[in-house]
Ligand binder design. Structure first.
Ligand SMILES: *Cc1c(COP(=O)(O)O)cnc(C)c1O
Length: 422
């Protein structure tokens, strides 16, 4: 498609957009009495308007039924979380038995490493990307120390090549081959939070399985953003938070994937609690743990219903739209944003550079040359919500559910004015 940097053209794209009506289903913060242009769905997704109803329903059932709500609420609480598995499985390319919702992301990564990081004398290394999200670094280091090992020896980081902005799959694969039967686990963020790169999860997973390692993916920036095919890629496990592209609300519950191959296995250890035991016999309060036959075996506690409710509300929208339609808009919208950025860059004589590679979801990370944080502040003051990462990067993530093509055009105008006003 031949793009144009004009309001009329952007509005034409909005008219042709089958998802355009979903904008009205979200709440927007306001700056100068106008809805903002929201580029931080990669950090906290906007609130879907149906979220409040889902929470209110729980509040009403709680008020009117109290403990009886566990079994007689509109959506009974004792198995409330099960309602999320099927729609979530479609978002991440899994079978519904392989997916569950529990706890929060870093907690779940720890729990999953209890099952899938079992270092031996020979096989104890973990491969991850250089400068992984800090929480993942702390999680990996503390797991390694928990096993009495030294993070400096056990954790191997794949670096970018000098002068390059993203990781090469071939470098990751050759590192995997080099570590060979010393490699216990590969754990990488499926979409890098900083440069927006999508890793080739199929190839990397296959390569790591080839040397007998377990493979897990942190999908914080991937779930609801890119096409995922976890089951067919043969990934061992994955986890993601739900408050970024999944629009479930601040700090909300995390999704977990465990490949069906690992369900019902006695040789994989796990930390256990009563919500992981068979629901048919759960309330007999027996001392023996009989695991659920799906990913719910990893559940510990009864679900935090008030948290899970808005996640379910958001999933209703994902279910309605479907990932194929969302991905189609995501690609067009991001490509249009890239076009606008390049147009502005021409007009202001190359003050910035997109560091996100072609393998990407909706995030574009933009490195600003010779522009300080003042440009970011200018954008914020003028109704463009982006985020800033040291040393000089703004991240723009036009989430396809609620960002429009007109937003991209208008952003370009604000950006140009901001650079020129310096
Ligand atoms: C956002 C993010 C997290 C956040 O973890 P919480 O436990 O939800 O606070 C972790 N890892 C990555 C890669 C992230 O992008």
């Amino acid at each position: 498609m031949q793009f144009e940097n004009s309001l009329a053209f952007a509005q034409k794209l909005d008219k042709e957009d089958p998802l355009a009506s979903y904008r009205a289903q979200f709440h927007y913060p306001q700056v100068n009495h106008k809805d903002v242009i929201y580029f931080t769905g990669n950090s906290l997704g906007l609130q879907p308007k149906n979220a409040k109803d889902y929470i209110d329903n729980v509040m009403i059932d709680w008020a009117e039924m109290a403990v009886e709500g566990h079994f007689y609420a509109d959506k009974p609480w004792w198995d409330y979380h099960e309602r999320l598995a099927a729609p979530l499985a479609k978002v991440v390319g899994a079978k519904k038995e392989e997916v569950t919702v529990m706890n929060t992301l870093t907690v779940n990564l720890h729990l999953l490493l209890v099952s899938f990081y079992r270092p031996t004398k020979k096989r104890f290394k973990i491969l991850c990307e250089e400068k992984a999200f800090p929480s993942d670094q702390y999680m990996l280091q503390s797991q390694v120390r928990f096993h009495g090992l030294d993070p400096k020896e056990a954790i191997v980081e794949v670096k970018k090549r000098d002068g390059e902005q993203h990781w090469r799959t071939e470098d990751i694969v050759s590192k995997i081959k080099e570590l060979d039967d010393g490699l216990a686990l590969v754990l990488i963020g499926g979409v890098n939070y900083y440069n927006g790169q999508v890793f080739d999860m199929g190839t990397i997973t296959a390569s790591a399985k080839g040397v007998g390692a377990f493979v897990g993916w942190d999908l914080a920036h991937a779930a609801g953003n890119i096409e995922l095919d976890l089951h067919n890629w043969d990934v061992d496990f994955a986890a993601w938070c739900s408050y970024k592209y999944m629009n479930s609300g601040p700090g909300n519950a995390s999704g977990v994937f465990i490949h069906e191959r690992h369900l019902n296995r006695k040789d994989i250890p796990r930390f256990e609690g009563w919500w992981g035991t068979k629901k048919e016999t759960r309330f007999l309060m027996k001392p023996e743990f009989e695991p659920m036959e799906n990913a719910d075996a990893w559940q510990l506690s009864n679900a935090p219903i008030l948290a899970v409710a808005p996640y379910l509300a958001s999933l209703a929208l994902f279910e309605e739209v479907g990932m194929p339609a969302l991905l189609k808009k995501q690609k067009l919208l991001t490509t249009y944003l890239e076009f606008i950025l390049n147009e502005v860059d021409k007009q202001v004589e190359s003050t910035f550079e997109i560091i996100t590679p072609k393998e990407r979801g909706c995030q574009l990370s933009v490195f600003l040359h010779g522009q300080g944080k003042s440009l970011f502040d200018y954008l914020m003051k003028n109704g463009v919500i982006t985020d800033w990462r040291e040393p000089n990067v703004i991240r723009l993530a036009p989430a396809p559910f609620y960002c429009s093509f007109e937003d991209m055009y208008r952003f370009g105008e604000v950006l140009k004015a901001g650079i020129q006003s310096k």
